[in-house]
Write a protein that binds this ligand. Structure first.
Ligand code: NAP
Length: 326
């Protein structure tokens, strides 16, 4: 097999595309012939030693991928050779093959495209948990999605729309804003040009958004919170911009509003039943055409550094795929 190997987590330049022995699955494991892996923001952080979970060295990066089961270890009941599957974890996906615990491998429903499956659970799972579970979003409410053209942001736009909410999408260029309208946003705000607070006032008759979905952090967070509606819910998803914002505590008081933390990986670990229910709903929405990953581009697996560069320079719209030949 071939894989991108990280033996020194000092950044992308230290990764090597190399030949490794193809692993045999042990008890409770399967081997997956990888079709595609998608790039998530944590993949960028992991190879720089900046992510909260640090895989033991050396490791193959790549947290989310799809493919076909090509070998099954002892004791695995729910999977067989030839099954089309997807999985999420911390590592293993930027390769031609991976050995994975069968417990974290999902068999795909009929009609679920393998490309889409490589770019689904992480972003749609996070955004569903955030909007539907943590924020208890109701039809008719207004949602502001920051970083709306990115991976979790684009999923949030589609999920909020599927739940009957009105979406205001914020992104850093006109191209990204027009992409967000294609995804279903009713209103867009180009944060490089428009004043966020004025734009939100105009878009909500001065009331403000009921829910703010924030995977970006940084300097816009306080402005977004100051604009939130009475009884609003501010979803803390991530800090793609870098700085972790601080909030004066009088603001939640004045708005009767909540700051709501979202940690999807921990939700999956602690609440496996709720996670499975959420995925069942998402698979149904996918089958009904209500949600579908927007694929920014498909690059060969060997072109991983170019994919990282595209994400690091904020060019990605939706999800970037690394695809194996065949
Ligand atoms: N809490 C959870 O459970 C959970 C789960 C998954 C992901 N996350 C977090 O969510 C965040 C987004 O992940 P993602 O996979 O959606 O990433 P992504 O596709 O790269 O999207 C991030 C967006 O953030 C904006 N951004 C602003 N400043 C940036 C900067 N300096 N560098 C890069 N992007 C910047 C960009 O939009 P504009 O150019 O339009 O500003 C970009 O589209 C990450 O912090 C990730 O760790 C959290």
């Amino acid at each position: 097999m071939q894989a991108w190997l990280c033996d020194n987590p000092i950044g992308i330049d230290a990764l090597r595309w190399t030949e490794l022995p193809t692993p045999e699955p042990g008890a409770g494991q399967v081997r997956i012939a990888i079709h595609a892996a998608s790039l998530n923001f944590p993949d960028l952080l992991t190879v720089q030693n900046k992510y909260q979970i640090k895989p033991p060295l050396p490791f193959v990066p790549g947290s989310e991928f799809s493919g076909t089961v090509d070998a099954v270890g002892d004791g695995v009941q729910h999977l067989k050779v030839g099954d089309r599957v997807a999985t999420i974890g911390v590592a293993g996906g930027f390769a031609t093959h991976a050995r994975v615990d069968a417990a974290v491998v999902m068999a795909l429903p009929l009609g679920f495209v393998l490309d889409d499956a490589a770019a689904f659970a992480f972003t749609y799972g996070t955004s569903h948990h955030a909007l539907i579970d943590r924020a208890a979003l109701r039809a008719g409410e207004t949602v502001l999605v920051l970083g709306a053209a990115g991976g979790v942001g684009s999923a949030a736009v589609q999920i909020a729309k599927a739940a009957g909410a009105r979406v205001i999408a914020a992104a850093s260029s006109d191209e990204k804003c027009s992409f967000c309208r294609e995804l279903g946003a009713a209103v867009t705000v180009n944060i490089s040009r428009d004043n966020l607070r004025d734009a939100l006032k105009a878009a909500t008759d001065g009331k403000g958004p009921d829910v703010v979905y924030d995977p970006v952090g940084g300097e816009l967070a306080e402005a977004a919170f100051r604009s939130i509606a009475w009884r609003g819910r501010y979803l803390v998803i991530g800090f793609a911009a870098g700085p972790i914002p601080a909030l004066p505590w009088n603001l939640p008081l004045l708005k009767g509003a909540s700051v709501v933390g979202v940690f999807w990986g921990e939700f999956v670990r602690r609440e496996p039943r709720a996670f499975r229910q959420a995925m069942t709903e998402l698979f149904a929405w996918y089958a009904q055409g209500k949600v579908k990953p927007a694929i920014d581009s498909r690059l060969p697996m060997s072109a991983l550094p170019a994919a990282y560069a595209r994400m690091g320079s904020r060019q990605v719209r939706g999800k970037l795929l690394l695809v194996n030949p065949g």
